[in-house]
Design a protein around this ligand. Structure first.
Ligand code: NAD
Length: 341
């Protein structure tokens, strides 16, 4: 069976999800929507994705720009088995009625609240619970990063509590509107939304987070402190991560001392758009003192959620009931690494 996937919103996440869907043999992109005839709409056509408009009023600007569109979102949904909503944060919830009316399954991204779908997804943590579901939210890039590294530690060792600081990029590389460009901006609300968001996937984890925005566009960085349920060595923790999909161990000793070199490494890997789907954890930045674990991880915000969207599609359509088989299939198609670099 090849399932028909519609992508509503062809921006940073939407275009990556479209390309990742195209690389799987059990799903296909039947169309993408745009609201404005920007270069991304032209690129979608060049790549061969059928182009649709989100609303009827957008038809004219597209035709005026010389872009032929196949129809509206409603027309696209008529043909789809599932829609991946990649509209800007807080816009996606407004489409819920449209998706329900069209009778399609829907996936939202982390910019929406948990309540939009009533279920928040991370493949390793809760794939089985997504089987056959109609509505799912793939959690944000930061939450995905925290779930990827905390879930296996909790499973194998046990976690008493987590305190984590999110050092956040100010915006994505393709955006010239947001900042800060010369300041450090703390999120004054504590906990930041990331801790409660991890609990939307792993409710039993006692986690608090704070967040700070810094003038960089390439990655987020997390400084994480975990009180373990028992003593463990750093080597034991590192071995757990080496055996965890979508986590890659990097090392300052090998010159990977900042997010700059990690992104250079991603460019060297020759990935599309130099994406790094894996969470990069510093092996030599992982320390255990007594029963307290300290580590740093870097998150490529534009791409880490992409394989999660693929697994969510597979689980919701029950194309694969075994989580590890789905994860391996996705990772093989996207060339995702495990272990260390
Ligand atoms: P984006 O702004 O890059 O792309 C959004 C796309 O939706 C654009 O193509 C835009 O033309 C289109 N759009 C705008 N309004 C629309 C509407 N009303 N209907 C249909 N399409 C519309 O946004 P993004 O960064 O891709 O974010 C999408 C979602 O993914 C958000 O929920 C965001 O929080 C989440 N997310 C973003 C990142 C990231 O770092 N960019 C990481 C993880 C999750």
């Amino acid at each position: 069976m090849v399932v028909k996937v519609a992508i509503n919103g062809y921006g940073t996440i939407g275009k990556r999800v479209a390309d990742a869907v195209s690389k799987q043999d059990d799903m296909e992109v039947i169309g993408v929507t745009k609201t404005r005839p920007t270069f991304e709409a032209f690129m979608a056509v060049k790549k061969g994705y059928p182009l649709y408009v989100a609303t009827k009023d957008s038809l004219e600007p597209f035709e005026n720009a010389g872009l032929h569109v196949q129809g509206t979102l409603e027309n696209l949904l008529d043909e789809a088995d599932i829609v991946v909503d990649c509209t800007p944060g807080k816009k996606g919830a407004g489409y819920k009625e449209t998706y329900l009316k069209a009778g399609v399954k829907a996936i939202w991204q982390g910019g929406e609240k948990h309540e939009v779908a009533g279920f928040s997804f991370n493949a390793m943590a809760n794939y089985e619970k997504a089987l056959g579901r109609d509505l799912v939210r793939v959690v944000s890039c930061n939450t995905t990063g925290l779930c990827r590294t905390l879930y296996p530690i909790d499973r194998d060792i046990g976690i008493d509590w987590v305190q984590a600081v999110m050092v956040r990029r100010s915006t994505d590389p393709g955006d010239s509107k947001k900042g800060p460009i010369n300041a450090i901006e703390p999120v004054l609300k504590v906990p930041s939304h990331h801790g409660p968001d991890v609990q939307s996937v792993l409710p039993h984890i006692n986690i608090n987070t704070t967040a700070v925005k810094v003038p960089t566009t390439i990655m987020h960085l997390h400084s994480v402190v975990v009180k373990l349920k028992r003593e463990a060595s750093a080597d034991e923790i590192i071995d757990i991560w080496k055996n965890t999909p979508r986590v890659v161990l990097v090392s300052g000793k090998k010159g990977l001392v900042s997010t700059a070199q990690i992104m250079e490494m991603a460019r060297d890997l020759g990935r599309p758009r130099s994406d790094l789907y894996e969470i990069a954890v510093w092996e030599d930045g992982t320390h255990v003192v007594g029963d307290t674990l300290y580590y740093y991880q870097a998150i490529h915000q534009e791409s880490d959620v992409v394989p999660e969207n693929i697994d969510a599609i597979r689980a919701m359509l029950e194309l694969e009931t075994d989580k590890m088989k789905s994860i391996e299939k996705t990772d093989r198609a996207l060339g995702i690494l495990g272990g260390d670099i």
